[in-house]
Design a protein around this ligand. Structure first.
Ligand SMILES: C[S@@+](CC[C@H](N)C(=O)[O-])C[C@H]1O[C@@H](n2cnc3c(N)ncnc32)[C@H](O)[C@@H]1O
Length: 254
C-alpha cells in the first residue's frame, strides 16, 4: 500500500516516485474534490477507482483494507504532502493494526507551490528566518499554545492552511503583532487551470477574501519576506563568507 502526495494540482508537479506508484496502481483511493482528475487519469484504465468524497475515515479504511487483502496494489492519494492536514496518522495507525505495510511518498505542498508561483523566498537574511505552517482554529480547534496570537509574535513567514472561512478572526489575531502593511499572498487553487494569486496587505486580507469569494482551497502566505529589500542577500554567497567549497579550509556551512 502506498500513501502518495499528489502535490498542489498540476500533474507535472508530482514527484517521479508518485507518478510511478500511480501508473502501477490497481486500486486508487482518492478524494476527487481535492486531487485533480488529471492526476487520477494517470492510473491504468483497468484500475479500480474509489472516491472518498463522501466517506468517513472508517469507510475509507474498510475500502483500502479490502483492496489490500485482495492483493491489489493500493494507492491512497492525498493532495499536497500527506504529512500535512491529511489524516495520515490515523490511517497509518489503522494500517499498522491490520499488519499492512505502508510506503509514504511525499508531495509538493501548497505553501511550496505558492512560494514558487510568486518566485519568492520565504527566508531572507536579516528579514525573516522562520517559516510556520499552521491553520485557523476553526471547527476542529488547535492547541491553545499554538493560538495564532502567540504564533504572530514571531512575525515569521506564516503559511495558513484551511483558514478562509475564519479569515476575519485570523486577521484580527495577526494584527496584534504583524504591522497592517505586511504583505499577504492569497493563493486559490495554485497550479490548477483556474489558479488565482492575489497580493494584498494584512489589513485588507479578510476584505479581499470576501470580495473575491475565496472560500475553498486557499492558502495564505503572510510574510515580511514578500516586501524584502533587494539588498538583503544570503550570507552563503557573500565573497567574505568562506566555507569548505569556496576559499576556506575547515569551515563547513551549516
Ligand atoms: C486538507 S488541507 C491539505 C493540505 C495538503 N496536504 C498540502 O500539503 O498542501 C487542504 C488545504 O490546503 C491548502 N491547499 C491545498 N492545495 C492547494 C492549492 N492548490 N492552492 C491553494 N491552497 C491549497 C488549502 O489551504 C486547503 O484548504
Amino acid at each position: 500500500m502506498a500513501i502518495v502526495g499528489a502535490g498542489p494540482g498540476a500533474p507535472d508537479l508530482l514527484t517521479i516516485r508518485a507518478h510511478q506508484r500511480i501508473r502501477e496502481a490497481q486500486a486508487l483511493v482518492w478524494a476527487d474534490s481535492l486531487v485533480s482528475p488529471a492526476i487520477a487519469a494517470l492510473a491504468p484504465a483497468d484500475c479500480v477507482r474509489i472516491s472518498t468524497r463522501s466517506l468517513t475515515l472508517e469507510a475509507v479504511m474498510q475500502v483500502m483494507l479490502q483492496q489490500a487483502r485482495a492483493d491489489k496494489r493500493v494507492v491512497r492519494l492525498h493532495d499536497g504532502d500527506p504529512c500535512l492536514y491529511g489524516a495520515l496518522h490515523e490511517q497509518i495507525c489503522r494500517l499498522a493494526e491490520a499488519c499492512v505495510d505502508v510506503e509514504v511518498v511525499p508531495g509538493v505542498s501548497a505553501y511550496q507551490a505558492t512560494a514558487a508561483a510568486l518566485g519568492q523566498a520565504l527566508t531572507i537574511p536579516g528579514t525573516v528566518q522562520t517559516v510556520v505552517l499552521t491553520r485557523a482554529s476553526g471547527r476542529t480547534g488547535t492547541p491553545e499554545r499554538e493560538a495564532l496570537r502567540r504564533i504572530a509574535a514571531l512575525q515569521a513567514s506564516l503559511c495558513l492552511y484551511l483558514s478562509a472561512h475564519h479569515i476575519e478572526a485570523v486577521q484580527e489575531e495577526l494584527l496584534l503583532h504583524y504591522p497592517p502593511e505586511t504583505p499577504v499572498a492569497i493563493a486559490f487553487r495554485i497550479s490548477w487551470p483556474d489558479e488565482r494569486l492575489l497580493i494584498t496587505t494584512l489589513a485588507a486580507m479578510a476584505a479581499t477574501t470576501t470580495e473575491q469569494k475565496l472560500t475553498r482551497t486557499t492558502l495564505y502566505l503572510v510574510s515580511p519576506a514578500l516586501a524584502a529589500s533587494p539588498t538583503c542577500c544570503s550570507r552563503l554567497y557573500a565573497p567574505s563568507h568562506t566555507h569548505l567549497f569556496r576559499g576556506g579550509h575547515n569551515q563547513a556551512t551549516s
